[in-house]
Design a protein around this ligand. Structure first.
Ligand SMILES: Cc1cc2nc3c(=O)[nH]c(=O)nc-3n(C[C@H](O)[C@H](O)[C@H](O)COP(=O)(O)OP(=O)(O)OC[C@H]3O[C@@H](n4cnc5c(N)ncnc54)[C@H](O)[C@@H]3O)c2cc1C
Ligand SMILES: NC(=O)c1ccc[n+]([C@@H]2O[C@H](COP(=O)([O-])OP(=O)(O)OC[C@H]3O[C@@H](n4cnc5c(N)ncnc54)[C@H](O)[C@@H]3O)[C@@H](O)[C@H]2O)c1
Length: 445
Protein backbone atom coordinates (compact mmCIF):
# COMPACT_ATOMS: atom_id res chain seq x y z
CA UNK A 1 0.00 0.00 0.00
CA UNK A 2 1.26 3.50 -0.74
CA UNK A 3 1.49 6.06 2.07
CA UNK A 4 -1.35 8.04 0.38
CA UNK A 5 -3.86 5.23 0.94
CA UNK A 6 -3.67 5.66 4.73
CA UNK A 7 -5.68 8.25 6.67
CA UNK A 8 -2.44 9.80 7.93
CA UNK A 9 1.28 9.81 7.22
CA UNK A 10 2.05 9.74 10.96
CA UNK A 11 -0.21 9.00 13.92
CA UNK A 12 1.05 9.58 17.47
CA UNK A 13 -0.40 7.83 20.52
CA UNK A 14 -0.07 10.27 23.44
CA UNK A 15 0.22 14.07 23.31
CA UNK A 16 3.13 14.81 25.69
CA UNK A 17 6.53 16.29 24.88
CA UNK A 18 7.47 12.96 23.28
CA UNK A 19 4.92 13.91 20.63
CA UNK A 20 4.05 17.56 20.20
CA UNK A 21 7.47 19.24 19.93
CA UNK A 22 8.11 17.16 16.80
CA UNK A 23 4.54 16.61 15.56
CA UNK A 24 3.78 20.34 15.22
CA UNK A 25 6.66 21.16 12.83
CA UNK A 26 6.11 17.81 11.09
CA UNK A 27 2.50 18.69 10.28
CA UNK A 28 3.50 22.24 9.36
CA UNK A 29 5.94 20.71 6.82
CA UNK A 30 2.96 19.25 4.94
CA UNK A 31 2.62 15.69 6.25
CA UNK A 32 -0.80 14.48 7.40
CA UNK A 33 -0.53 14.05 11.17
CA UNK A 34 -2.91 12.85 13.91
CA UNK A 35 -2.39 12.83 17.69
CA UNK A 36 -4.52 10.65 19.97
CA UNK A 37 -4.88 11.56 23.66
CA UNK A 38 -7.03 9.90 26.29
CA UNK A 39 -6.47 12.41 29.08
CA UNK A 40 -5.12 15.98 29.00
CA UNK A 41 -3.38 17.45 25.97
CA UNK A 42 0.31 18.00 26.78
CA UNK A 43 0.64 14.92 28.98
CA UNK A 44 2.56 14.74 32.26
CA UNK A 45 5.02 17.63 32.19
CA UNK A 46 2.70 20.61 31.74
CA UNK A 47 -0.28 19.19 33.64
CA UNK A 48 1.07 17.10 36.51
CA UNK A 49 4.85 17.10 36.30
CA UNK A 50 7.55 19.71 35.85
CA UNK A 51 5.39 22.82 35.39
CA UNK A 52 2.93 22.14 38.21
CA UNK A 53 5.78 21.19 40.56
CA UNK A 54 8.00 24.20 39.87
CA UNK A 55 5.09 26.64 40.31
CA UNK A 56 4.28 25.19 43.75
CA UNK A 57 8.01 25.22 44.57
CA UNK A 58 8.55 28.90 43.77
CA UNK A 59 7.25 30.24 47.14
CA UNK A 60 9.12 27.38 48.83
CA UNK A 61 12.42 28.51 47.32
CA UNK A 62 11.56 32.11 48.23
CA UNK A 63 10.79 31.19 51.84
CA UNK A 64 14.08 29.31 52.15
CA UNK A 65 15.87 32.33 50.65
CA UNK A 66 14.20 34.67 53.15
CA UNK A 67 15.19 32.39 56.02
CA UNK A 68 18.81 32.59 54.86
CA UNK A 69 18.77 36.40 54.83
CA UNK A 70 16.89 36.68 58.13
CA UNK A 71 18.39 39.55 60.06
CA UNK A 72 18.60 41.59 56.86
CA UNK A 73 15.00 40.96 55.84
CA UNK A 74 12.80 40.45 58.89
CA UNK A 75 9.21 39.49 59.60
CA UNK A 76 7.20 36.30 59.68
CA UNK A 77 6.67 34.58 56.37
CA UNK A 78 4.12 31.85 55.86
CA UNK A 79 2.90 30.01 52.79
CA UNK A 80 -0.80 30.08 52.00
CA UNK A 81 -1.15 26.67 50.35
CA UNK A 82 -4.58 27.37 48.83
CA UNK A 83 -3.24 30.52 47.18
CA UNK A 84 -0.20 28.60 46.00
CA UNK A 85 -2.51 26.03 44.41
CA UNK A 86 -4.69 28.78 42.93
CA UNK A 87 -1.59 30.30 41.33
CA UNK A 88 -0.72 26.89 39.88
CA UNK A 89 -4.21 26.63 38.35
CA UNK A 90 -4.00 30.17 36.97
CA UNK A 91 -0.72 29.40 35.22
CA UNK A 92 -1.18 25.87 33.92
CA UNK A 93 -4.90 25.24 33.48
CA UNK A 94 -4.84 26.93 30.08
CA UNK A 95 -1.85 24.95 28.78
CA UNK A 96 -3.80 22.02 27.23
CA UNK A 97 -5.87 24.48 25.16
CA UNK A 98 -2.75 26.44 24.28
CA UNK A 99 -0.91 23.30 23.09
CA UNK A 100 -4.00 22.09 21.23
CA UNK A 101 -4.17 25.52 19.56
CA UNK A 102 -0.59 25.04 18.32
CA UNK A 103 -1.57 21.64 16.96
CA UNK A 104 -4.75 22.98 15.35
CA UNK A 105 -2.79 25.80 13.72
CA UNK A 106 -0.41 23.33 12.13
CA UNK A 107 -3.42 21.25 10.93
CA UNK A 108 -2.88 18.23 13.21
CA UNK A 109 -6.03 16.14 13.76
CA UNK A 110 -6.37 15.84 17.55
CA UNK A 111 -8.42 12.74 18.41
CA UNK A 112 -9.63 12.02 21.94
CA UNK A 113 -9.90 8.51 23.36
CA UNK A 114 -7.93 5.39 24.21
CA UNK A 115 -5.76 4.26 21.28
CA UNK A 116 -4.94 0.61 20.63
CA UNK A 117 -2.94 -0.93 17.82
CA UNK A 118 -5.13 -3.29 15.76
CA UNK A 119 -2.48 -4.04 13.14
CA UNK A 120 0.78 -2.40 12.15
CA UNK A 121 -1.00 0.40 10.25
CA UNK A 122 -4.30 0.55 12.14
CA UNK A 123 -5.26 2.11 15.46
CA UNK A 124 -8.65 1.93 17.11
CA UNK A 125 -9.73 4.87 19.22
CA UNK A 126 -12.68 3.89 21.40
CA UNK A 127 -14.13 1.89 18.48
CA UNK A 128 -13.22 4.35 15.71
CA UNK A 129 -10.55 3.10 13.24
CA UNK A 130 -7.72 5.18 11.78
CA UNK A 131 -4.85 4.09 9.57
CA UNK A 132 -1.37 5.57 9.25
CA UNK A 133 1.81 4.89 7.31
CA UNK A 134 3.88 5.39 10.49
CA UNK A 135 2.80 5.19 14.12
CA UNK A 136 4.64 6.67 17.10
CA UNK A 137 3.97 5.27 20.57
CA UNK A 138 4.52 8.02 23.13
CA UNK A 139 2.35 6.80 25.99
CA UNK A 140 4.73 7.79 28.84
CA UNK A 141 4.85 6.43 32.38
CA UNK A 142 2.36 6.12 35.22
CA UNK A 143 2.95 5.90 38.99
CA UNK A 144 3.92 2.53 40.42
CA UNK A 145 1.88 1.37 43.40
CA UNK A 146 3.13 -0.34 46.57
CA UNK A 147 2.16 -4.02 46.45
CA UNK A 148 0.84 -4.10 50.03
CA UNK A 149 -2.58 -4.47 51.65
CA UNK A 150 -4.26 -1.06 51.75
CA UNK A 151 -2.20 0.36 48.85
CA UNK A 152 -5.40 2.12 47.71
CA UNK A 153 -5.11 4.45 50.72
CA UNK A 154 -1.91 5.97 49.31
CA UNK A 155 -1.84 8.85 46.80
CA UNK A 156 0.46 9.66 43.88
CA UNK A 157 2.37 12.71 42.60
CA UNK A 158 -0.61 13.86 40.54
CA UNK A 159 -2.76 13.93 43.70
CA UNK A 160 -0.09 15.86 45.61
CA UNK A 161 0.14 18.47 42.85
CA UNK A 162 -3.64 18.96 43.12
CA UNK A 163 -3.95 19.17 46.94
CA UNK A 164 -6.28 22.09 47.74
CA UNK A 165 -5.30 22.01 51.43
CA UNK A 166 -2.00 20.78 52.80
CA UNK A 167 -2.44 17.84 55.19
CA UNK A 168 -0.80 18.29 58.60
CA UNK A 169 1.03 14.95 58.67
CA UNK A 170 2.33 13.53 55.39
CA UNK A 171 4.20 10.23 55.02
CA UNK A 172 6.26 9.95 51.84
CA UNK A 173 7.38 6.49 50.74
CA UNK A 174 10.41 6.47 48.42
CA UNK A 175 13.76 8.19 48.01
CA UNK A 176 13.76 9.37 44.39
CA UNK A 177 13.16 12.68 42.65
CA UNK A 178 9.49 12.93 43.55
CA UNK A 179 9.95 11.89 47.19
CA UNK A 180 12.73 14.41 47.86
CA UNK A 181 11.21 17.31 45.91
CA UNK A 182 7.80 16.87 47.53
CA UNK A 183 9.32 16.36 51.01
CA UNK A 184 11.07 19.73 50.55
CA UNK A 185 7.85 21.44 49.44
CA UNK A 186 5.64 19.90 52.15
CA UNK A 187 8.16 20.54 54.95
CA UNK A 188 8.74 24.18 54.00
CA UNK A 189 4.99 24.78 53.54
CA UNK A 190 4.43 23.63 57.13
CA UNK A 191 3.51 19.92 57.05
CA UNK A 192 5.06 17.36 59.39
CA UNK A 193 6.80 14.94 57.03
CA UNK A 194 7.90 11.33 57.52
CA UNK A 195 10.21 10.15 54.72
CA UNK A 196 10.50 6.37 54.48
CA UNK A 197 13.54 5.11 52.55
CA UNK A 198 13.54 1.51 51.42
CA UNK A 199 17.35 1.31 51.60
CA UNK A 200 19.89 3.50 53.34
CA UNK A 201 20.34 5.93 50.43
CA UNK A 202 18.21 8.48 48.59
CA UNK A 203 18.64 9.95 45.08
CA UNK A 204 20.97 7.14 44.09
CA UNK A 205 21.92 8.70 40.74
CA UNK A 206 23.33 11.79 42.48
CA UNK A 207 26.62 12.00 44.47
CA UNK A 208 25.89 10.65 47.91
CA UNK A 209 28.15 13.13 49.70
CA UNK A 210 25.86 15.89 48.42
CA UNK A 211 22.63 13.96 48.93
CA UNK A 212 23.58 13.32 52.58
CA UNK A 213 23.90 17.08 53.16
CA UNK A 214 20.40 17.58 51.73
CA UNK A 215 19.04 14.81 53.98
CA UNK A 216 20.79 16.23 57.05
CA UNK A 217 19.32 19.66 56.33
CA UNK A 218 15.81 18.22 55.89
CA UNK A 219 16.21 16.28 59.15
CA UNK A 220 17.29 19.47 60.95
CA UNK A 221 14.14 21.12 59.59
CA UNK A 222 11.99 18.42 61.15
CA UNK A 223 11.62 15.79 58.42
CA UNK A 224 11.60 12.41 60.11
CA UNK A 225 13.82 10.31 57.83
CA UNK A 226 13.67 6.58 58.41
CA UNK A 227 16.12 4.36 56.50
CA UNK A 228 15.91 0.66 55.62
CA UNK A 229 12.17 0.64 56.16
CA UNK A 230 9.74 -1.59 54.27
CA UNK A 231 6.08 -0.60 54.19
CA UNK A 232 4.05 -3.74 54.89
CA UNK A 233 0.47 -2.39 54.94
CA UNK A 234 -1.66 0.74 54.99
CA UNK A 235 -4.84 0.91 57.00
CA UNK A 236 -7.49 3.61 57.01
CA UNK A 237 -8.85 4.63 60.40
CA UNK A 238 -11.35 7.46 59.93
CA UNK A 239 -9.41 10.35 58.43
CA UNK A 240 -6.05 8.88 59.46
CA UNK A 241 -3.90 6.36 57.62
CA UNK A 242 -1.90 3.92 59.71
CA UNK A 243 1.41 3.08 58.04
CA UNK A 244 2.63 -0.38 59.02
CA UNK A 245 6.34 -0.92 58.38
CA UNK A 246 9.17 -3.30 59.20
CA UNK A 247 10.17 -0.76 61.88
CA UNK A 248 6.76 -0.37 63.54
CA UNK A 249 3.74 1.75 62.74
CA UNK A 250 3.03 5.46 62.42
CA UNK A 251 0.03 7.63 61.64
CA UNK A 252 -0.42 10.10 58.79
CA UNK A 253 -3.20 12.27 57.41
CA UNK A 254 -1.99 11.61 53.89
CA UNK A 255 0.43 9.09 52.35
CA UNK A 256 2.37 9.72 49.13
CA UNK A 257 3.50 6.62 47.27
CA UNK A 258 6.62 7.85 45.42
CA UNK A 259 8.13 4.46 44.71
CA UNK A 260 8.72 5.04 40.99
CA UNK A 261 6.97 5.08 37.62
CA UNK A 262 6.29 2.29 35.12
CA UNK A 263 5.79 2.42 31.33
CA UNK A 264 2.33 2.47 29.75
CA UNK A 265 2.81 -0.63 27.62
CA UNK A 266 -0.32 -2.58 28.56
CA UNK A 267 -3.66 -2.49 26.79
CA UNK A 268 -2.35 -0.72 23.68
CA UNK A 269 -2.10 -3.76 21.41
CA UNK A 270 1.67 -4.26 21.50
CA UNK A 271 1.31 -8.06 21.64
CA UNK A 272 -1.29 -8.06 18.86
CA UNK A 273 1.12 -6.31 16.52
CA UNK A 274 4.37 -7.84 17.85
CA UNK A 275 6.05 -4.72 19.26
CA UNK A 276 8.76 -5.86 21.71
CA UNK A 277 8.79 -4.38 25.22
CA UNK A 278 9.92 -5.18 28.75
CA UNK A 279 9.36 -3.88 32.28
CA UNK A 280 11.39 -0.74 31.49
CA UNK A 281 9.50 0.14 28.32
CA UNK A 282 9.42 -0.32 24.57
CA UNK A 283 12.56 -1.68 22.91
CA UNK A 284 13.83 0.54 20.07
CA UNK A 285 16.83 0.56 17.73
CA UNK A 286 19.14 3.55 17.17
CA UNK A 287 16.50 5.13 14.88
CA UNK A 288 13.81 4.83 17.60
CA UNK A 289 12.16 2.07 15.51
CA UNK A 290 10.41 -0.67 17.43
CA UNK A 291 10.59 -4.34 16.42
CA UNK A 292 7.83 -3.49 13.87
CA UNK A 293 9.66 -1.23 11.39
CA UNK A 294 6.90 1.34 10.66
CA UNK A 295 6.13 1.75 14.39
CA UNK A 296 8.36 4.05 16.44
CA UNK A 297 8.50 5.08 20.10
CA UNK A 298 9.33 8.41 21.72
CA UNK A 299 9.72 9.82 25.23
CA UNK A 300 9.49 8.15 28.62
CA UNK A 301 7.92 4.93 27.27
CA UNK A 302 11.22 3.94 25.61
CA UNK A 303 13.52 1.54 27.48
CA UNK A 304 16.74 3.56 27.32
CA UNK A 305 19.86 4.61 29.21
CA UNK A 306 19.10 8.34 28.99
CA UNK A 307 17.12 9.89 31.86
CA UNK A 308 13.34 10.07 31.48
CA UNK A 309 13.04 13.83 31.36
CA UNK A 310 11.20 16.40 29.30
CA UNK A 311 14.31 17.56 27.39
CA UNK A 312 15.02 13.92 26.43
CA UNK A 313 11.43 13.49 25.15
CA UNK A 314 11.69 16.75 23.20
CA UNK A 315 14.99 15.67 21.64
CA UNK A 316 13.45 12.35 20.59
CA UNK A 317 10.28 13.86 19.11
CA UNK A 318 12.36 16.37 17.13
CA UNK A 319 14.69 13.61 15.93
CA UNK A 320 11.67 11.63 14.67
CA UNK A 321 10.34 14.72 12.91
CA UNK A 322 13.68 15.04 11.06
CA UNK A 323 13.60 11.34 10.20
CA UNK A 324 10.04 11.48 8.88
CA UNK A 325 10.71 14.57 6.72
CA UNK A 326 13.86 12.94 5.34
CA UNK A 327 16.07 15.65 6.85
CA UNK A 328 18.19 12.89 8.37
CA UNK A 329 18.76 9.18 7.94
CA UNK A 330 21.39 9.06 10.72
CA UNK A 331 20.87 7.20 14.00
CA UNK A 332 19.84 9.27 16.99
CA UNK A 333 22.90 10.89 18.54
CA UNK A 334 21.98 11.94 22.08
CA UNK A 335 23.89 14.89 23.52
CA UNK A 336 24.88 14.91 27.20
CA UNK A 337 21.65 15.30 29.16
CA UNK A 338 21.81 17.19 32.45
CA UNK A 339 19.60 16.32 35.42
CA UNK A 340 18.48 18.37 38.41
CA UNK A 341 16.57 17.55 41.56
CA UNK A 342 14.62 20.54 42.86
CA UNK A 343 15.38 20.16 46.54
CA UNK A 344 16.63 23.15 48.54
CA UNK A 345 19.45 23.55 47.71
CA UNK A 346 19.11 21.79 44.34
CA UNK A 347 21.60 19.25 42.98
CA UNK A 348 22.29 19.34 39.23
CA UNK A 349 24.75 17.33 37.22
CA UNK A 350 25.91 16.62 33.68
CA UNK A 351 28.31 14.28 31.89
CA UNK A 352 30.67 11.83 33.57
CA UNK A 353 29.37 11.20 37.07
CA UNK A 354 31.36 11.99 40.19
CA UNK A 355 31.19 8.31 41.22
CA UNK A 356 32.70 7.20 37.87
CA UNK A 357 35.42 9.84 38.07
CA UNK A 358 36.42 8.94 41.63
CA UNK A 359 36.48 5.23 40.74
CA UNK A 360 38.80 5.88 37.76
CA UNK A 361 41.53 8.25 39.02
CA UNK A 362 43.85 7.42 36.11
CA UNK A 363 41.19 8.64 33.63
CA UNK A 364 39.74 11.62 35.45
CA UNK A 365 40.65 14.36 37.89
CA UNK A 366 38.10 15.98 40.16
CA UNK A 367 38.27 19.54 41.46
CA UNK A 368 35.86 20.63 44.14
CA UNK A 369 35.02 24.27 44.81
CA UNK A 370 33.09 25.26 47.93
CA UNK A 371 30.44 27.89 47.36
CA UNK A 372 32.29 30.07 49.90
CA UNK A 373 35.19 30.54 47.44
CA UNK A 374 33.15 33.02 45.38
CA UNK A 375 31.93 36.33 46.85
CA UNK A 376 29.02 36.50 44.40
CA UNK A 377 27.62 33.15 45.47
CA UNK A 378 27.69 34.36 49.09
CA UNK A 379 25.13 37.11 48.69
CA UNK A 380 22.13 34.83 49.25
CA UNK A 381 23.93 33.50 52.39
CA UNK A 382 23.77 29.78 51.50
CA UNK A 383 24.48 27.48 54.43
CA UNK A 384 26.30 24.97 52.26
CA UNK A 385 27.02 24.16 48.63
CA UNK A 386 29.77 23.04 46.25
CA UNK A 387 30.67 22.49 42.63
CA UNK A 388 32.65 19.42 41.50
CA UNK A 389 34.31 19.59 38.11
CA UNK A 390 35.46 16.45 36.33
CA UNK A 391 38.26 16.64 33.75
CA UNK A 392 39.69 14.06 31.36
CA UNK A 393 43.41 13.49 30.82
CA UNK A 394 43.52 16.34 28.26
CA UNK A 395 42.06 18.59 30.98
CA UNK A 396 38.78 19.03 29.12
CA UNK A 397 35.65 19.37 31.23
CA UNK A 398 33.70 16.10 30.88
CA UNK A 399 31.37 16.34 33.86
CA UNK A 400 30.10 18.66 36.59
CA UNK A 401 27.90 18.59 39.68
CA UNK A 402 26.61 21.59 41.57
CA UNK A 403 24.71 21.74 44.82
CA UNK A 404 23.21 25.18 45.40
CA UNK A 405 19.95 27.06 44.88
CA UNK A 406 21.39 28.06 41.48
CA UNK A 407 22.50 24.54 40.50
CA UNK A 408 20.36 24.42 37.35
CA UNK A 409 21.90 27.66 36.06
CA UNK A 410 25.44 26.62 37.01
CA UNK A 411 25.08 23.36 35.08
CA UNK A 412 23.34 25.09 32.15
CA UNK A 413 26.36 27.40 31.92
CA UNK A 414 28.88 24.54 31.99
CA UNK A 415 26.84 22.33 29.62
CA UNK A 416 28.24 23.65 26.28
CA UNK A 417 31.82 23.10 27.47
CA UNK A 418 30.98 19.47 28.33
CA UNK A 419 28.99 18.80 25.13
CA UNK A 420 31.39 20.49 22.71
CA UNK A 421 34.67 19.87 24.57
CA UNK A 422 35.77 23.50 24.31
CA UNK A 423 39.50 24.22 24.48
CA UNK A 424 40.89 26.70 27.00
CA UNK A 425 41.25 29.23 24.14
CA UNK A 426 37.59 28.86 23.21
CA UNK A 427 36.51 29.13 26.84
CA UNK A 428 38.58 32.31 27.17
CA UNK A 429 36.50 33.89 24.36
CA UNK A 430 33.24 33.51 26.28
CA UNK A 431 32.47 36.83 27.94
CA UNK A 432 29.68 36.54 30.50
CA UNK A 433 27.62 39.25 32.14
CA UNK A 434 29.06 40.33 35.46
CA UNK A 435 28.11 39.70 38.19
CA UNK A 436 26.07 36.62 37.33
CA UNK A 437 25.86 32.89 37.93
CA UNK A 438 27.07 32.40 34.36
CA UNK A 439 30.19 34.47 35.02
CA UNK A 440 30.90 32.75 38.33
CA UNK A 441 30.41 29.28 36.84
CA UNK A 442 32.61 29.95 33.83
CA UNK A 443 35.36 31.28 36.13
CA UNK A 444 35.65 27.81 37.65
CA UNK A 445 36.89 26.08 34.47
C1 LIG B 1 5.90 14.78 39.39
C2 LIG B 1 6.81 14.85 38.19
C3 LIG B 1 7.73 15.88 38.09
C4 LIG B 1 8.58 15.94 37.01
N1 LIG B 1 9.48 16.97 36.95
C5 LIG B 1 10.32 17.05 35.90
C6 LIG B 1 11.23 18.14 35.79
O1 LIG B 1 11.31 19.02 36.67
N2 LIG B 1 12.04 18.20 34.71
C7 LIG B 1 11.99 17.26 33.72
O2 LIG B 1 12.75 17.38 32.74
N3 LIG B 1 11.14 16.21 33.79
C8 LIG B 1 10.30 16.09 34.85
N4 LIG B 1 9.41 15.06 34.91
C9 LIG B 1 9.41 14.05 33.81
C10 LIG B 1 8.60 14.57 32.58
O3 LIG B 1 7.31 14.96 33.00
C11 LIG B 1 8.53 13.46 31.54
O4 LIG B 1 9.84 13.05 31.20
C12 LIG B 1 7.80 13.91 30.26
O5 LIG B 1 6.52 14.42 30.56
C13 LIG B 1 7.69 12.72 29.28
O6 LIG B 1 6.88 13.05 28.17
P1 LIG B 1 6.20 11.88 27.32
O7 LIG B 1 5.55 12.57 26.15
O8 LIG B 1 7.16 10.81 27.05
O9 LIG B 1 5.09 11.26 28.26
P2 LIG B 1 3.80 11.93 28.92
O10 LIG B 1 3.96 13.40 29.08
O11 LIG B 1 3.52 11.14 30.14
O12 LIG B 1 2.65 11.73 27.82
C14 LIG B 1 2.07 10.49 27.55
C15 LIG B 1 0.61 10.75 27.16
O13 LIG B 1 0.08 9.59 26.56
C16 LIG B 1 -1.27 9.48 26.92
N5 LIG B 1 -1.66 8.09 26.69
C17 LIG B 1 -1.14 6.97 27.28
N6 LIG B 1 -1.71 5.86 26.77
C18 LIG B 1 -2.59 6.29 25.83
C19 LIG B 1 -3.47 5.61 24.93
N7 LIG B 1 -3.54 4.28 24.87
N8 LIG B 1 -4.26 6.35 24.11
C20 LIG B 1 -4.20 7.71 24.12
N9 LIG B 1 -3.36 8.39 24.93
C21 LIG B 1 -2.58 7.69 25.76
C22 LIG B 1 -1.28 9.91 28.38
O14 LIG B 1 -2.58 10.29 28.78
C23 LIG B 1 -0.29 11.06 28.36
O15 LIG B 1 -0.94 12.28 28.15
C24 LIG B 1 8.53 14.96 35.99
C25 LIG B 1 7.61 13.91 36.08
C26 LIG B 1 6.76 13.86 37.17
C27 LIG B 1 5.76 12.72 37.27
N1 LIG C 1 13.51 17.09 38.66
C1 LIG C 1 13.19 16.21 37.74
O1 LIG C 1 13.73 16.20 36.64
C2 LIG C 1 12.15 15.16 38.04
C3 LIG C 1 11.29 15.30 39.11
C4 LIG C 1 10.34 14.31 39.35
C5 LIG C 1 10.28 13.21 38.52
N2 LIG C 1 11.14 13.11 37.47
C6 LIG C 1 11.09 11.91 36.58
O2 LIG C 1 10.12 11.01 37.04
C7 LIG C 1 10.73 9.74 37.30
C8 LIG C 1 10.02 9.11 38.45
O3 LIG C 1 10.37 9.73 39.68
P1 LIG C 1 10.20 8.92 41.02
O4 LIG C 1 10.69 9.75 42.13
O5 LIG C 1 8.81 8.35 41.06
O6 LIG C 1 11.09 7.65 40.75
P2 LIG C 1 12.61 7.32 41.12
O7 LIG C 1 12.93 6.12 40.31
O8 LIG C 1 13.47 8.52 41.03
O9 LIG C 1 12.53 6.90 42.67
C9 LIG C 1 11.80 5.81 43.14
C10 LIG C 1 12.20 5.58 44.58
O10 LIG C 1 11.33 4.64 45.15
C11 LIG C 1 12.09 3.69 45.90
N3 LIG C 1 11.32 2.45 45.96
C12 LIG C 1 11.10 1.56 44.97
N4 LIG C 1 10.32 0.55 45.43
C13 LIG C 1 10.05 0.82 46.73
C14 LIG C 1 9.29 0.17 47.75
N5 LIG C 1 8.64 -0.96 47.53
N6 LIG C 1 9.24 0.75 48.97
C15 LIG C 1 9.87 1.92 49.22
N7 LIG C 1 10.60 2.57 48.30
C16 LIG C 1 10.68 2.03 47.07
C17 LIG C 1 13.40 3.60 45.15
O11 LIG C 1 14.41 3.10 45.99
C18 LIG C 1 13.62 5.06 44.76
O12 LIG C 1 14.23 5.77 45.80
C19 LIG C 1 12.19 10.06 37.53
O13 LIG C 1 13.04 8.99 37.25
C20 LIG C 1 12.41 11.20 36.59
O14 LIG C 1 12.68 10.65 35.32
C21 LIG C 1 12.08 14.05 37.23
Amino acid sequence: MSADSFDYDVLYIGSGHGTFDGAIPLSASGLRVAVVEEEKIGGTCPNWGCNAKIILDQPIALKRHLEAVHGIVNGDVSIDWSENMANKHAIIDGLPNFIQGLMDNSKIDVLFGHAMLADKHTVTIDGQTKTADKIVIATGLRPKHLMVPGTEFAHDSKDFLALETLPERITIVGGGYIALEFATIANTAGAKVDLLLHGDQALRSFPQKYVEQILADLAERGVNIKRNVTVTALEQNGTETIVHTSAGESVADWVLDATGRVPNVENIGLDTVGVAYNAKGIVVDDHLRTSVPNIYASGDVIDKAQPNLTPTAIFESKYLMQTFTGATTAPINYPVIPTVVFTSPRIAQVGVSLATALANPTEYTVEEHAITEDWFRQIARPQFGSTSLIYNKAHQLVGAVDMSEDAAEVINTLLPAVEFQYSQDQLARLVYLFPSIGFSSNQLI
